[in-house]
Design a protein around this ligand. Structure first.
Ligand SMILES: [Fe+2]
Length: 280
């Protein structure tokens, strides 16, 4: 594995747990339906999986999961393509948060300015992850209003004197310029279009990004906590809507589009269509 590629956000146990929630069936019943001992599923949930390929196959059928992707995940061999030849620069800002990592992103068409997507767990962490090459922020976009994605927001708005940010419409942040489904903004040489994708949270946007003035769907998706490499964000607001929007977005966008998720490594639309356990 390339050491520069961060670990997947979710392991096999996380995926099984989320999938059980999606189908709304208790794990004991899933074990019985898949003919897998409950103790062996419990071990997988505790990150000590010894499930065989045959057991994983039966679980995939009961949980409506992609068997190939699930087995790749279980073997630690889930593919994570990273290089898509973007026509602009992407700087992932990876910040420790709890036991995991939260991502923010800078996108720049050149020079020292960039557009910031999410602001990380705290301003201090954002500062630590910041590349020296970027000294000016032209705009800030937020995917959703969770602590590990907007920790540095107030300070960033103050320091940059932007005062406002773009995000999913909300009554909680007077500084928010709400962007609904399909609404676009052109800034810093980029065209940024919102996709409204509630499910992980009631207010959640993904953003497609392409060069301003170019037609087409763009080159990059900032997916927030909708889609991760090898998994989906938790459907804490509504797991059915989370699943519905993940499928919709992956069907809508071109296969060669790079995905930059709120947690874990980069991936592509084609990779997730093919291997994401939740996409069958
Ligand atoms: Fe998150």
């Amino acid at each position: 594995m390339n050491p520069a590629v961060p670990a997947l956000e979710d392991e096999l146990g996380d995926v099984l747990e989320k999938a059980a929630r999606h189908v709304g069936v208790p794990m004991e019943k899933i074990a019985a339906l898949a003919d897998v001992e409950m103790g062996r599923i419990k071990d997988a949930l505790d990150y000590r999986s010894e499930l065989t390929q045959a057991e994983l196959g039966r679980l995939a059928r009961v949980l409506h999961l992609n068997e190939v992707g699930l087995c790749a995940l279980a073997q630690g061999r889930y593919p994570t393509p990273e290089d898509c030849g973007l026509p602009f620069r992407l700087h992932p800002l990876r910040m420790p948060f709890g036991v995991g990592v939260a991502n923010a992103y800078l996108v720049s068409t050149g020079g020292d300015s960039a557009v910031l997507f999410d602001t990380g767990a705290s301003h201090a962490e954002l500062h630590r992850a910041w590349p020296a090459a970027i000294t000016r922020i032209e705009a800030v976009f937020v995917t959703h209003y969770e602590a590990e994605h907007i920790g540095g927001l107030e300070t960033v708005l103050r320091e940059t004197e932007l005062g406002r940010f773009y995000g999913p419409p909300t009554g909680r942040w007077p500084q928010c310029r709400g962007l609904g489904e399909g609404q676009s903004v052109e800034v810093a040489g980029l065209k940024i279009t919102a996709l409204h994708t509630p499910g992980h949270a009631p207010e959640h946007n993904c953003y497609t990004i392409g060069l301003a003035g170019k037609s087409g769907p763009g080159n990059l998706l900032i997916s927030g906590d909708l889609i991760f490499a090898g998994s989906l964000g938790g459907g804490y607001f509504c797991c059915q809507r989370q699943l519905k929007h993940a499928r919709r977005v992956l069907e809508l966008l071109p296969g060669d589009m790079l995905i930059a998720p709120g947690h874990g490594p980069l991936t592509t639309v084609a990779n997730e269509r093919r291997f994401n356990p939740f996409l069958v």
